[in-house]
Design a protein around this ligand. Structure first.
Ligand SMILES: Cc1cc2nc3c(=O)[nH]c(=O)nc-3n(C[C@H](O)[C@H](O)[C@H](O)COP(=O)(O)O)c2cc1C
Length: 337
């Protein structure tokens, strides 16, 4: 297993195609970023959102959501991790962005896509897409506040209830000086319902543009090609697809260079899942196994063997039981050969 992680963790040469690991609250945390960037293919990560009200947050909040700040804002495998901020107050966001930069964040990402109700009640995330000028004000305030060599990126959806304002939103973000922009090709109303409307992004992506990332429903190499073609984006962002197939970025990166990488076999993935369970999901008595079950739910999409393991541990809450289930699952696998 370590050979796999080591050989794949060399700096990715994507011949111009960047692949960003999407922010996913409660799912893609520092241990998961470490694991996925260890397998390879990613050029950047983004933290789960850091909610900003009207105050300067204590340093510990930044370190909690981005422990990589302890190591220069990069994962153990050398991939930069941008801190994502979510809020609606330009001044407060700017102050907190400066703090993140001072703590060593290699970039700041601004969340304008989150659909969660509690977030939107406190004005943040996708509700701001209804007022493109506010989005632009926030990007400008943050851009003006942080040092010029720190990239400021934004993540949006196509719009709130429709995509009529997409052109204004994107123009405002670019004029305000954002370095790059990721577009989840669905409105807030679309939620996470397939499909993602990649082609709806095309009108806001100039020919030859290298600053816009297409995001949403990219589960396979073929999806990545189709999303790029339909949207006109060179770069992509992977969220759930990265969890369903932990080597997806590596295989997409290889395919972009005309090469191919053998997909990781389920047995190896099951060892990765178990190691991850022991490293990051077996500590807190109240939540033992939750993240592992959540990850297995995504893995079921790519691996026919995953439901068997998921079924075994679904109702388990103790480290001993879950470890035993991993072992019994491998015994079961052996009988399937
Ligand atoms: C459980 C979950 C948590 C998410 N958390 C965040 C977040 O913290 N910040 C953000 O900008 N987007 C967040 N998203 C949206 C994803 O980054 C991404 O835009 C979305 O899942 C579509 O991409 P995908 O089809 O590749 O998953 C989240 C999505 C999910 C499913």
């Amino acid at each position: 297993m370590s050979a796999l992680l080591q050989s794949a963790s060399t700096a990715p040469d994507l011949t111009g195609h960047n692949i960003v690991l999407a922010p996913m609250e409660g799912v893609i945390d520092a241990p998961m970023r470490r694991l996925l960037t260890g397998i390879g293919g990613y050029t950047r990560c983004v933290t789960e959102f850091i909610r900003v009200g009207d105050v300067l947050l204590p340093e510990k909040v930044f370190f909690r959501l981005c422990p990589e700040l302890e190591t220069g804002g990069h994962t153990e495998h050398g991939i930069p991790v941008y801190s994502q901020l979510l809020g609606s107050e330009p001044d407060a966001l700017a102050k907190n962005a400066v703090r993140a930069a001072q703590l060593g964040s290699p970039g700041i990402d601004l969340n304008f896509g989150c659909p969660a109700k509690t977030v939107n009640k406190s004005m943040g995330g996708s509700i701001l897409l209804r007022t493109p000028s506010v989005v632009a004000d926030i990007v400008r305030a943050v851009r003006d506040a942080v040092p010029a060599d720190i990239p400021v990126t934004a993540k949006i959806r196509l719009g709130y209830d429709n995509s009529d304002a997409l052109g204004d939103i994107v123009q405002g973000i670019r004029d305000a000086g954002a370095t790059e922009l990721a577009i989840h090709a669905r409105t807030k109303f679309d939620g996470y319902k397939p499909p993602a409307w990649w082609a709806n992004v095309r009108p806001v992506v100039p020919n030859g543009d290298l600053t816009t990332y297409i995001n949403g429903e990219i589960w396979t190499i073929e999806d990545s090609v189709a999303a790029r073609q339909a949207s006109g984006c060179t770069h992509i962002m992977l969220g759930r697809g990265a969890l369903a197939a932990p080597d997806l970025a590596l295989r997409i990166a290889a395919a972009a260079k005309g090469e191919s990488v053998t997909p990781i076999a389920w047995l190896d993935v099951s060892h990765l899942v178990e190691a991850q369970f022991l490293r990051s999901d077996s500590q807190s008595p109240r939540h033992i196994g939750n993240r592992t079950k959540q990850w297995l739910a995504y893995l079921k999409r790519s691996y026919t063997e995953a439901p068997e393991l998921f079924g075994r541990i679904r109702k388990m809450h103790s480290v001993q039981d879950i470890q035993k289930a991993f072992s019994e699952h491998r015994d079961w696998l052996a009988t399937q050969e």
